[in-house]
Ligand binder design. Structure first.
Ligand code: C2E
Ligand code: MN
Ligand code: MN
Length: 406
């Protein structure tokens, strides 16, 4: 099947352009042998390449390109299937946009094409090409330094572990994980994540619980969460807990229970955020929004967890607006390499900025993910890159330092 990949990248500053010409000449021959064709545009800083051919060959060449050290910040823009090639003349043809006037350059590129229809039909690949040539999206290109430009230095001041709360009736424990603002070197909040007494995951804890006992266990466990948070010395800081939305809907006086547990452990409602996962919110939205009103009236903040992962995502924001949303790892994994992920996250950021909803990102594992997200304007991060979840305690935060600054 004819497969098309389009990516853009940034030329490394020590690569002379004539060496790019040699590279393309070599690629031309190699691609010809495996039936791959395409075009490479260069604007003096960025490359834009369209590769077409049999799926396996295109993917293999793209993987090869991703390893090539002559360029960096490679972002895949499109991977699609088409009935015919757009640029079928050469294994790879280099096109230097700087050699043309602004008003003729797009036509000059299209004249290299072999597609009958050019821009007549709504072909996404050709629209990408037009956008690159006309440079209308350039403000969305974030150039990030390589991962090894940073070191992550564990902060050994003030981390606590192994707080055990003696409550014989508790059948659960909590792991704690900080949400951090890396540039401000501040812990924004600390999330309590439920565990079985032997440290197994939330899924294991909740498995086997059905009907109301599920919601009762969920709510009751927060007693332990607040007790541990208090014992960990989180008294003056923000604390986040997770709840199933139905827990608030189904259990009478659930909000009162939370408030009295908060008070009992010397905490105040204003320091607590309750996180809900959106896909479970939808089924009884009216009951849920009235529970939200109660939480808000008591001073507790509300966050939507795993934002964008469920089908209700954007519709939910029309029904009520949380104080914050959390974007999950599924959406941000390798965001620095993916055009679609970047577009979605930029749209979420814009929407939340308009509504004054704050954003944090969960599951950040790579320095590049973090740097891309910082460039896009996100400041709050939770992930193993900075600190992983720690059973009965809080692990040290590893703060990033630029190597040049050390
Ligand atoms: P969540 O609220 O999105 O919590 C974050 C999850 O991501 C945690 O998994 C955490 O360990 C994991 N995580 C954090 N950083 C990274 C990272 O860099 N990479 C990866 N791969 N994972 C990372 P955990 O503790 O297994 O919790 C899973 C989910 O269980 C939570 O997702 C939350 O939705 C739910 N949950 C946790 N505690 C409770 C609770 O008390 N009540 C309810 N109803 N749900 C809970
Ligand atoms: Mn959560
Ligand atoms: Mn999660």
């Amino acid at each position: 099947m004819l497969t098309t990949i389009i990516y853009r990248s940034h030329i490394c500053k020590d690569v002379p352009f004539h060496s790019v010409k040699q590279m393309v000449a070599a690629a031309n021959i190699k691609n010809g042998q495996i039936d791959v064709t395409g075009i490479l545009l260069f604007n003096g800083t960025h490359f834009f390449q369209l590769i077409e051919g049999p799926q396996d060959s295109v993917l293999e060449i793209y993987q090869h390109i991703c390893q090539d050290e002559r360029h960096h910040n490679i972002v895949e823009l499109l991977c699609d299937y088409a009935p015919a090639r757009r640029f079928g003349k050469a294994g790879m043809e280099l096109f230097d946009l700087r050699e043309y006037d602004r008003d003729e350059v797009l036509q000059a590129v299209l004249d290299k094409g072999t597609s009958k229809y050019q821009l007549i039909y709504n072909d996404r690949a050709l629209q990408f090409l037009r956008t690159f040539v006309e440079a209308t999206e350039k403000e969305n290109y974030f150039e990030i330094p390589p991962a090894d430009a940073w070191v992550f230095i564990p902060d050994d001041s003030g981390s606590h572990t192994d707080v055990v709360v003696s409550d014989n009736t508790a059948d659960c424990c909590f792991a704690f994980q900080p949400i951090v603002d890396p540039f401000a070197q501040k812990i924004v909040s600390t999330e309590a994540l439920i565990r079985t007494p032997s440290g197994d995951s939330p899924a294991v804890y909740f498995e086997g619980l059905t009907g109301n006992s599920l919601y009762e266990a969920d709510l009751n466990s927060k007693k332990v969460a607040f007790a541990m948070a208090s014992a960990l010395g989180l008294g003056g800081q923000s604390i986040s807990v997770n709840l199933l939305p139905m827990t608030l809907v189904i259990i009478p006086d659930a909000v009162d229970f939370l408030l009295s547990e908060i008070q009992l452990h010397g905490l105040v409602p204003e320091q607590v955020t309750v996180e809900f996962t959106e896909n479970e919110v939808i089924s009884r939205i009216d009951d849920f929004t009235s529970a939200i009103r109660q939480l808000k009236a008591a001073g507790i903040s509300v966050a939507i967890d795993h934002f964008g992962a469920g089908f209700g995502g954007l519709l939910l924001l029309t029904q009520f607006q949380p104080d914050s949303i959390k974007i999950n790892r599924e959406l941000i994994q390798d965001v620095h390499k993916s055009g679609p992920r970047q577009a979605i996250i930029q749209a979420i950021i814009k929407c939340c900025a308009t509504l004054e909803i704050s954003i944090s990102v969960v599951g950040v594992e790579k320095a590049e993910e973090w740097m891309w997200l910082e460039s896009a304007g996100i400041t709050q991060f939770q992930g193993n890159l900075f600190a992983s979840a720690c059973m009965n305690g809080i692990s040290q935060v590893a703060w990033p330092e630029r190597k040049a600054d050390l």
